[in-house]
Design a protein around this ligand. Structure first.
Ligand code: NI
Length: 177
């Protein structure tokens, strides 16, 4: 498969609302997912949404093993999530630092629901239904936002908490996601 260019903030395609996947387990869908996996791995990202490689379908992927950039983050299983539906479980909102492959070199403090349930399908049309919290919940919200044309800087409440990673966090290993 192939590493695809990741669109950057300012590209109008990142602002569109993506459409649901209608057919599962097709060669086209598997090829898209393989390209997304290659691209995410090549850029050392924690997650990627199809619109970030210019494909307007409701497909996201995410996952984190131990990562030096997220020392406090619990591992998140490698997941392909299609046509996702997020349901917050309560009103609790938590701030946390985020980055994005489409906003390279920057980080921002973003409010997200702390606890949620998410449902959707894998590439074969098998149902996914998980109840998660913390960093896992944050990653899901970030990636699913891409499907509605929302980039994390749009959610920052106090723009003083938005800046260049190397300035905000000197000494941290470089990386964008
Ligand atoms: Ni992103």
């Amino acid at each position: 498969m192939a590493i695809r260019p990741v669109l950057r903030m300012g590209d109008e395609r990142l602002l569109r609302v993506s459409r649901p996947v209608a057919h599962f387990d097709t060669p086209e869908l598997h090829a898209l997912i393989a390209d997304m996996e290659d691209t995410m791995q090549a850029m050392n990202g924690a997650g990627l949404a199809a619109p970030q490689i210019g494909v307007g379908l409701r497909v996201v992927m995410f996952g984190i093993v131990a990562n030096a950039r997220y020392p406090d983050a619990e591992p998140v299983p490698q997941t392909v999530l299609i046509n996702p539906l997020i349901t917050p479980l309560d009103a609790e909102i938590e701030d946390g630092w985020e980055g994005c492959l489409s906003v390279p070199g920057m980080r921002g403090l973003v409010p997200r629901h702390r606890r949620l349930r998410y449902r959707g399908f894998d590439a074969y049309g098998k149902e996914i239904d998980r109840t998660v919290h913390g960093f896992h919940a944050r990653v899901v919200q970030h990636e699913c936002d891409h499907l509605d044309g929302i980039l994390y800087p749009m959610r920052i409440r106090d723009m003083r908490n938005f800046g260049f990673t190397e300035t905000l966090f000197p000494g941290e290993p470089a990386g964008d996601d």
